[in-house]
Design a protein around this ligand. Structure first.
Ligand SMILES: Cc1cc2nc3c(=O)[nH]c(=O)nc-3n(C[C@H](O)[C@H](O)[C@H](O)COP(=O)(O)OP(=O)(O)OC[C@H]3O[C@@H](n4cnc5c(N)ncnc54)[C@H](O)[C@@H]3O)c2cc1C
Length: 398
C-alpha cells in the first residue's frame, strides 16, 4: 500500500502522544501491514493528557496510559528519542537517523514559559502532573498564572486538596482568549465560590524565587508557581526543513504539508477548514483522536478531508463545560439561561447560522448545537434565546 505519486518506504511518525498512537492504530485497522516507526521524546508509552489536570490531580488515578501493551500494533516505538531535524527523506534524532517513505508529524505543543529566575512548573506531561500532585498539600500557597482551561482545572483540584490558591490573569476575565470576555465573565464568580482568589487584569512581570513580580510593582508570595498561559506548537525541530510553518505545520484539508509525503496531525497541525474558511489549529483531544483516521487513509493513498465542527470540553469548579464550533466569524451572541443558573449556554451566530456553542452542564445543547453548526442551516434567533426550546427545534421556519 503506497500513495500514488509518493515514495514507497516505511512510515515514520514523530510524536508518541494521542495523535501519533491513533495514527498507528488507524493504519493497522485499514490493513496497512508495512513498517511503521514512532519516535517519541517522552520515555513513557502514549498516555492521555486530559485526566492529568482532573482525575490524576484529584488523586483518583495514577496512570493515564492509553494501551496496556503496544506490541500488538506491530510498530516500532522509539521512545525517549527526540527528532532534531528533517532533511529530504530523513528524520535525524538525538540517537539516530530514520529514512521514511511517508512522514506524519504529531509533535503536539509545549507550554509557554514566562521570564524570571524563579522555578516555574507546567502541566503538560504525566511527569509534570505526578510531581505537582505530590506537592499540592494542605496549606501550600499555589500561584497559578493564567485563568485558561488548564489554570481553572488546576485551581479546582488544588483548592480541593486544601491549598491556598491564587490565580493571576492578565485579561479582564477567565478563558478570555478562548471564548471572549463576555462569556468568560460568567465563569469569574466560580473561583471565589471554590475559595480561590482570582486576580484579573493583572499581568505577571516575572517569576522569582518565592513569588511573582506583578506588573505595576506588586508582589505575590507563593510556595509553588505553575505557569499556564498557553502552549505553542512543537515545531522548532522543523525550522531548517522545507516544511511550511505558520502557527504550526501548515497542512491542507487532507493534512498534507507543503512537502510531498509529509503530513501533520493533532496540536501541531494548522489545517485548512473549508467549513470555516480559515486555517485552524486546535488544541483539542477530539482532534488528536479523530483526525488520525483521515491521516491514515491518506497515507494509504486516499484523498479524505478532515473538516470537523471542533469539539472541546473542560471540567472546572464542579461544572462540565463543552464547546463546539468556532466563534471567530460570529457577529452575535445569544444566551440560553441566566448567569446564576446552574446550567446555561452561549450561542454564537454569523448572520443566520449558528457557528459555535458553549454549554455549561447542558450536554444535549452541545450535541444538538453541533449538529446545527454542521448543517449550516439558518436558525431562529428568538427560539435559540428560549432555553425551554431544544436547539434541534430552532431551525428557521420550523
Ligand atoms: C493537562 C491537560 C489537560 C487537557 N484537558 C483537555 C480537555 O479537557 N479537553 C480537551 O479537548 N483537550 C484537553 N487537553 C488537550 C489535549 O490533551 C491535546 O489536544 C492532545 O493531547 C494533543 O495530542 P497530540 O498527540 O497532538 O500532542 P501531544 O499529546 O502533545 O503529544 C505529542 C508528543 O510528541 C512528543 N514530541 C514533541 N516534540 C518531539 C520531537 N521533536 N521528537 C519526538 N517527539 C516529540 C511530545 O513529547 C509528546 O509526547 C489537555 C491537555 C493537557 C496538557
Amino acid at each position: 500500500m503506497s500513495a500514488p505519486g509518493q515514495p514507497n518506504g516505511p512510515i515514520v511518525i514523530v510524536g508518541g502522544g494521542l495523535a501519533g498512537l491513533r495514527t498507528v492504530e488507524e493504519l493497522r485497522s485499514l490493513g496497512h501491514a508495512g513498517p511503521v516507526t514512532v519516535i517519541g521524546a517522552e520515555s513513557r508509552p502514549p498516555y492521555d493528557r486530559p485526566p492529568l489536570s482532573k482525575q490524576l490531580m484529584a488523586g483518583s488515578v495514577d496512570d493515564t496510559s492509553l494501551r496496556a501493551e503496544l506490541d500488538s500494533l506491530g510498530a516500532t516505538f522509539r521512545l525517549g528519542q527526540r527528532a532534531e531535524r528533517l532533511d529530504a527523506e530523513i528524520v535525524y534524532t538525538d540517537q539516530g537517523e530514520y529514512r521514511f517513505g511517508r512522514l506524519a508529524i504529531a509533535t503536539g505543543a509545549r507550554p509557554i514559559a514566562l521570564p524570571g529566575p524563579g522555578r516555574q512548573r507546567f502541566l503538560r506531561t504525566m511527569d509534570d502532573a505526578l510531581a505537582l500532585r505530590e506537592v499540592l498539600v494542605p496549606g501550600t500557597r499555589l500561584a497559578v498564572i493564567g485563568a485558561g482551561w488548564i489554570g481553572a482545572e488546576l485551581a479546582t483540584a488544588a483548592a480541593a486538596r486544601g491549598c491556598v490558591v491564587t490565580v493571576v490573569e492578565a485579561a479582564a476575565t477567565p478563558i478570555a482568549a478562548a471564548v471572549g470576555t463576555e462569556v468568560g465573565a460568567r465563569t469569574a464568580p466560580w473561583y471565589a465560590q471554590a475559595g480561590v482568589e482570582l486576580m484579573l487584569g493583572q499581568a505577571v512581570e516575572s517569576v522569582q524565587d518565592g513569588g511573582l513580580a506583578l506588573a505595576g510593582g506588586g508582589w505575590l508570595e507563593a510556595d509553588l508557581i505553575v505557569t499556564a498561559v498557553g502552549v505553542r506548537p512543537e515545531v522548532g525541530w522543523l525550522d531548517s526543513s522545507e516544511v511550511e510553518l505558520e502557527n504550526g505545520v501548515v497542512v491542507d484539508g487532507q493534512l498534507r504539508s507543503s512537502v510531498p509525503g509529509v503530513y501533520a496531525v493533532g496540536d501541531c497541525a494548522a489545517f485548512w477548514s473549508a467549513r470555516f474558511g480559515r486555517r485552524m489549529r486546535t488544541e483539542h483531544w477530539d482532534t488528536a483522536l479523530r483526525a488520525p483516521a483521515v491521516l491514515a487513509a491518506n497515507l494509504a493513498g486516499r484523498s479524505e478531508i478532515y473538516d470537523p465542527v471542533p469539539y472541546f470540553w473542560s471540567e472546572q469548579f464542579g461544572r462540565m463545560l463543552q464547546y463546539g464550533g468556532d466563534h471567530r466569524g460570529a457577529d452575535r451572541l445569544i444566551w440560553r439561561g441566566a448567569e446564576d443558573d446552574a446550567r446555561w449556554a452561549a450561542c454564537w451566530l454569523a448572520g443566520e447560522r449558528l457557528v459555535a456553542v458553549l454549554t455549561v452542564g447542558l450536554p444535549k445543547d452541545l450535541t444538538q448545537g453541533r449538529r446545527l453548526i454542521e448543517s449550516a442551516a439558518p436558525v431562529d434567533a428568538d427560539r435559540i434565546a428560549d432555553p425551554a426550546v431544544p436547539l434541534r427545534d430552532c431551525l428557521l421556519g420550523r
